[in-house]
Design a protein around this ligand. Structure first.
Ligand SMILES: [Fe+2]
Length: 607
């Protein structure tokens, strides 16, 4: 059975499954170079269709993740265009789209015949006029003065547009498209793509919101999925968005920067923030809920105002430390409770909150957790994969053994390469190893791109991990990254325990888990650890996952006794990870990278 699925919201993507195996997963941002692109993933779908054509295959099923998308968000591209002040204005004015309402049984219902307030109408008219993005694939003319006070109609009309665009491209009938709920896609991705596929497990999904919900909890026992809860009450991922704006960062994108900042805060100040957050939420049965009383007592208009009033007198690092500590405290408490109730010992998670590798680290340290697996890129970009798994639920589905399932440059044509570059054929990978030993910073452009937020060897920048100066050098050469952010490492599985504390032998093939480093060997991987708390976010590499990359690190190990390389994504600051050869060469030309390796066959340098 051949299945194509898309997600057309934040960080849009398309995936292709053939007989239960995910063979392609592509993010639209890689094609159009708009980071976290929100909209219809036209080029990703096109790539999947070309693959089917080349392999003489026909589509059997097609799905879309998320029952609804917010048409204003998509037209205005809020998360791409808004600056922190725009978010402040939006939240302070309590702009209500009024698409959904929560019923007593926690089910979300689409609102019918509810009018918007005057302030919201004025605001929507204003942003509609201000952000005139060039027309892409959807016709947004239905967002007009006639529909501005009919939210349910906007959603209905937009769904017709969404489905039509997809059908037109893949040649399906509208009635044959299956639309799958947002958190169901998160849950199916978390479980089926993981190493725990086939085992009894609990599945938690938490995000900033999808189809009106922010959290779900499932169990899988003897291959039977059971939904225990789905709610709109869990606010924790939303707190992260608010903290981003409070720190003048971009919500939905820069949460990882807050996480990276957190360890710098001194315990005393972290605790001050943490203590004032401690009672914000409560756990009721399977749900995380907000104690709204705290907001009421502060006499504030919105949650953003509440955070500003409570925390703006704290220093930036203390706020980061506080939200990280509170998240860990709340979620660990929640999971412990669920483990007791369900008697399960395996855990998988998905949704934006589980992009937090420090949170995943503390979950893994819960005594009763036997195994935790967080698949690559737990944010909305993986919804299209989850949708494929859901549509294949009657058949056998396989976990994702590797995630090198992105774009591949079919023909490496170096004839037209710029005269400013020189090409050399590689006789032996020892040549690459020698460059690394010499302290060079190398771009890697190999075979199929890896899916998701992390570069895992095929679209990576590599360097030796034992030189403290490497961080500064990479930052100056290409990244211009925030000075407080750590780099990561790829480490060979059979040697990793000498460097990384991993008593439960957890797998971390996709850089989704945090670990403590082992102090006596820290100096060998120091530039790939967090500069302050020395934790590490490793890709623990097995040979079967990426043989050539594994062999390269093994050769480096034989000469240096270090079985690891510093690994960061191949991209210029602010751009998505490189997809095609042209982008890779552009990156080399416009940075201080020492060289670019192509398919382990060519080494390209500037003249
Ligand atoms: Fe989500």
């Amino acid at each position: 059975m051949n299945i194509i699925s898309i997600t057309d919201g934040y960080n849009a993507s398309a995936s292709l499954m053939i007989d239960g195996i995910v063979v392609l997963a592509l993010q639209e941002e890689r094609f159009n170079e708009i980071k976290n692109y929100t909209g219809y993933p036209f080029q990703s779908v096109k790539y999947c269709l070309n693959y089917l054509k080349k392999n003489n295959l026909k589509l059997d099923k097609a799905g879309m993740a998320s029952n609804h998308q917010n048409p204003y968000d998509q037209k205005v591209k809020i998360y791409q265009n808004f600056k922190p002040n725009d978010f402040r204005e939006w939240w302070r004015n309590k702009i209500q789209f009024n698409y959904f309402v929560e019923k007593k049984n926690k089910k979300i219902k689409m609102i019918k015949n509810v009018k918007r307030n005057k302030k919201t109408i004025e605001y929507l008219k204003e942003i509609r006029k201000k952000y005139t993005n060039k027309p892409e694939y959807h016709d947004f003319s239905f967002l007009n003065d006639k529909t501005i006070n009919k939210p349910h109609l906007e959603i209905e009309l937009y769904n017709r547009v969404r489905i039509k665009t997809f059908c037109d491209q893949i040649g399906f009938d509208e009635k044959d498209i299956e639309i799958i709920d947002h958190h169901t896609c998160h849950a199916y991705y978390a479980y089926y793509s993981s190493e725990l596929n086939g085992k009894d497990c609990m599945i938690s999904t938490i995000d900033g919101g999808g189809d009106g919900y922010k959290q779900s909890l499932w169990t899988v026992k003897k291959n039977n999925f059971k939904l225990l809860t789905k709610n709109n009450s869990c606010p924790i991922a939303r707190y992260w968005k608010i903290v981003c704006v409070l720190l003048s960062l971009k919500p939905h994108e820069h949460e990882y920067k807050v996480m990276g900042l957190a360890p710098y805060s001194k315990d005393k100040y972290t605790d001050e923030v943490f203590n004032s957050m401690k009672n914000l939420c409560k756990i009721k049965n399977y749900d995380i809920e907000e104690n709204r009383i705290y907001q009421k007592n502060e006499n504030v208009n919105s949650m953003y105002d509440f955070f500003e009033k409570k925390f703006s007198n704290f220093r930036f690092d203390a706020i980061a430390g506080g939200i990280q500590k509170y998240t860990e405290y709340l979620i660990v408490k929640y999971i412990k409770k669920i483990l007791r109730k369900t008697k399960l010992k395996n855990f998988v998670g998905s949704g934006g909150l589980y992009m937090n590798i420090k949170l995943n680290k503390v979950i893994s340290e819960i005594k009763d957790i036997k195994n935790i697996f967080i698949s690559a890129s737990a944010g909305d970009e993986s919804l299209s994969i989850g949708c494929c798994y859901y549509l294949n639920r009657q058949e056998k589905s396989y976990s994702m053994k590797n995630i090198y399932i992105g774009y591949r440059e079919e023909k490496i044509d170096l004839k037209k390469i710029s005269k400013k570059l020189r090409i050399k054929k590689i006789k032996n990978t020892n040549e690459i190893v020698q460059e690394l030993i010499d302290g060079k910073i190398i771009g890697m452009f190999n075979e199929r791109a890896e899916f998701g937020a992390r570069a895992l060897g095929n679209r990576s920048i590599l360097a030796r991990p034992d030189l403290k100066d490497t961080v500064r050098k990479i930052n100056e050469a290409v990244k211009n990254r925030d000075f407080w952010m750590p780099f990561a490492i790829t480490i060979i599985d059979k040697f990793h325990k000498k460097f990384i504390f991993n008593p439960k032998s957890l797998k971390s093939p996709h850089m989704t888990m945090g670990f403590n480093s082992i102090e006596k060997n820290l100096k060998h991987i120091v530039s790939g650890t967090h500069p302050y708390d020395q934790t590490v976010r490793p890709q623990i590499l097995e040979k079967t996952s990426n043989e050539k990359y594994y062999d390269l690190i093994l050769k480096f190990y034989k000469k240096t006794k270090i079985p690891a390389l510093l690994n960061t994504s191949l991209n210029l600051h602010g751009k998505p990870t490189v997809n095609n050869l042209q982008q890779a060469l552009y990156t080399l030309m416009n940075s201080k990278l020492d060289s670019l390796i192509i398919n382990y066959k060519y080494i390209i340098k500037k003249r």
